[in-house]
Design a protein around this ligand. Structure first.
Ligand SMILES: [Zn+2]
Length: 298
């Protein structure tokens, strides 16, 4: 893949941790138009989640948004949702599966080929990421790592069957515990039987949480479905455009090639800062194209 198709995020909803609210079309359409002008036809759409309530009908709204983007010759490269992966061990998993299936429908409604979710999220409404992480760790301490991963994998397999019928794949992102210990995600994906479940490589999380960003990509390369590419200085999650942090982008591109990755490159960052929207995106795209060129030469 000499030149990847590129995709950037747009904000179509906002949320405060309690309720999801719809943004007006004018919040995101200018970004869509700018990207389209620059030859980018794909977008990252975030936030049709099943964790919080919404003040609108998500099923209808995702259909409308899919139609609107389609009328502009655009589509989401991925839908970043949030949906629980397991209910506390020993309890019925039915609600988890129902929510995963609902998330798959939202994704299909928008013509997005991939739903990205965070692994290890329990079906409880906790307040912070740390609380979800602690709950997952506690379940592992109580019932064992393999038992908890088995429960998650069984739920994913059931959801994966429906996803396949709707032309959607589910990608699990390396985030928090699953970024710090990449073997956790490797073992979970090894436990999953459905071919519709795979990996979303988040370069930023790997760079500041894992021992090596390239090693993270290497370990899960056979399951790679989509990406969250963004940069940082290896200390915290800065979500900067590639080139402003310390990630070796030429090596990353060569790693993606080695993995045989030929889907869209989805950035989880915007254009270069401090510039008008068009120039900012233009420079970000030029930087990426230059890296692709250098990756080929070296
Ligand atoms: Zn991400």
């Amino acid at each position: 893949m000499e030149h990847y198709n590129l995709s950037y995020p747009i904000n179509t909803v906002s949320w405060d941790g309690k309720v999801v609210t719809r943004c007006s079309d004018e919040c995101f359409l200018p970004t869509c138009r700018t990207l389209k002008q620059l030859g980018v036809n794909e977008l990252m759409v975030t936030g049709y989640v099943t964790v919080e309530e919404a003040d609108f009908d998500m099923m209808e709204e995702t259909k409308r948004l899919g139609g609107l983007l389609d009328s502009m010759g655009m589509r989401p490269a991925q839908h970043h949702g949030l949906s629980a992966m397991y209910a506390p061990q020993g309890e019925s998993q039915d609600r988890v599966i129902e929510k995963l299936i609902r998330s798959i429908h939202y994704t299909a409604n928008m013509n997005a080929p991939v739903l990205v979710i965070h692994p290890g999220q329990v079906d409880l409404h906790l307040s912070t990421v740390e609380e979800y992480t602690e709950y997952f760790s506690e379940q592992i301490r109580k019932y064992g790592r393999q038992e908890i991963l088995k429960t998650c994998a069984a739920n994913l397999d059931t959801a994966g069957e429906i996803a396949g019928k709707l032309g959607v794949k589910i990608a699990l992102e390396n985030v928090e515990l699953f970024a710090a210990d990449i073997t956790l995600l490797r073992d979970l994906l090894d436990e999953v039987k459905s071919p519709n479940i795979g990996f979303c490589f988040d370069s930023g999380h790997a760079h500041y949480k894992s021992a090596s960003v390239l090693n993270c990509l290497d370990i899960l390369q056979d399951r790679l479905l989509t990406t969250h590419l963004h940069d940082n200085r290896s200390v915290f999650d800065e979500h900067m455009p590639p080139g402003f942090g310390t990630i070796p982008w030429i090596d990353i591109i060569q790693g993606l090639w080695k993995a045989g990755y030929d889907n869209t490159i989805n950035f989880e960052s915007g254009g270069w800062p401090g510039l008008d929207k068009e120039t900012g995106f233009e420079l970000a795209i030029q930087f990426w194209r230059a890296c692709e060129l250098l990756a080929k030469k070296n």
